[in-house]
Design a protein around this ligand. Structure first.
Ligand code: UT7
Length: 321
């Protein structure tokens, strides 16, 4: 027993920040950002908390699934940084939507939603749950060095969610971690203990973009090839690839190594930039709601990010329109 997707949801902050506005903050240009990344704009939290986005995405997914919050048996929230060290963001969501089930966070950076699906799959396999909410919510703009043009232009905020029920639609899933602190990190920040003698770093994102780029192209292409084979499928069987939305060039380079037509690799990076773990569920919800997804479609998902982590899965879509 694994699961099937019963419903999806998303929530984006209202504020749209264009590349032109970005160029008033750091020394960059719309032309550089578009040609190097494919990003035209991103959503940035102003009056919304990460909890507001997570709750809205969760409620939209529950409504789409036709499920009440009280029917959930588990909530898994993927986030790099919730509102609190404690409670977890999943517990914040649980309280605010009125659920009464176990809830916890997973942190696998941009790969978090796929890690969340794999965790949920284990609960289904052990018959501990019948309905699970996996929500990915990110406020990356709160973790950026807004003077570093090499990183601040890349990211945005948002949340995406999926409600899972019993089924057999997860055909294969692979998780990877390649521990690497230097390539991408966000330090914890100040230590409040008067006894602590080690220094502290600002809690902002540091990244070696070129190193992550190389890792990403390789992880995405080899991971997809392997997971599609694990599912007993040919690459040509895949209807849509939903890749992590970090850089259009990464997606193009990875997909060029596959035997899958480029048009089947779906992107929305131009509108949102990189929203970390929320990229894939936001994309999935857009495809669900605009009628692109048809029962029987085979979806391949692939993500990579801080850790360094990567994850890949193949899912059958069986939800009726
Ligand atoms: O979810 C996972 C998170 N991260 C990623 O996936 C990021 C992976 N890496 C990338 O997407 C790319 O490496 C970047 C988009 C971050 C950078 O693209 P690049 O083609 O690797 O550029 P680069 O770092 O080699 O920089 C090229 C030039 C440099 O100038 P010089 O040294 O050639 O004079 C940079 O200083 O571009 C400059 N540059 C910029 N110029 C204008 C870097 N950022 C900017 C900017 N605007 N925002």
């Amino acid at each position: 027993m694994s699961f099937r997707i019963l419903g999806t949801g998303r929530a984006l902050p209202e504020y749209v920040m264009t590349n032109d506005e970005m160029s008033t903050i750091v020394d960059t240009s719309d032309e550089w950002i578009r040609t190097r990344t494919g990003i035209a704009q991103r959503r940035v939290c102003t009056t919304e908390s990460i909890g507001d986005l997570a709750v809205q995405a969760a409620e939209n997914a529950l409504q789409n699934a036709g499920i009440a919050a009280q029917d959930l048996d588990l909530i898994v929230c993927a986030t790099i940084r919730g509102e609190y060290f404690s409670p977890s963001e999943a517990c914040v969501v649980q309280k605010r939507i009125g659920a009464c089930c176990p809830a916890f966070d997973v942190n696998a950076a941009c790969t978090g939603f796929l890690y969340g699906l794999d965790v949920a799959d284990g609960f289904f396999a052990r018959k501990r749950v019948k309905k699970v909410l996996v929500v990915a919510a990110e406020n990356v703009t709160n973790c950026l060095d807004w003077t570093d043009r090499a990183t601040c232009v890349l990211f945005g905020d948002g949340a995406g969610a999926a409600v899972l029920g019993e089924g057999n639609d997860l055909l294969a899933i692979r998780m990877e971690s390649h521990g690497n602190i230097e390539a991408l990190n966000i330090p914890r920040g100040e230590n409040t203990s008067p006894f602590y003698q080690l220094g502290s770093q600002r809690p902002v994102l540091h990244m070696n973009g070129r190193e992550v780029y190389k890792f990403a192209v390789n992880a995405m292409s080899s991971g997809l090839i392997q997971v599609i084979a694990d599912a007993g499928l040919q690459q040509s069987d895949i209807d849509y690839v939903l890749p992590h939305q970090a850089n259009q060039r990464i997606i193009d380079a990875a997909c060029a190594k596959l035997d899958i037509p480029k048009e089947r690799c779906v992107t929305n990076i131009a509108r949102y930039g990189n929203i970390s773990a929320a990229c894939i569920p936001v994309l999935l919800d857009e495809m669900n709601r605009d009628g692109r997804l048809k029962p029987g479609n085979l979806l391949a998902m692939s993500a990579f990010g801080g850790g360094l982590t990567a994850g890949h899965c193949v899912l059958r879509w069986s939800k009726e329109g």
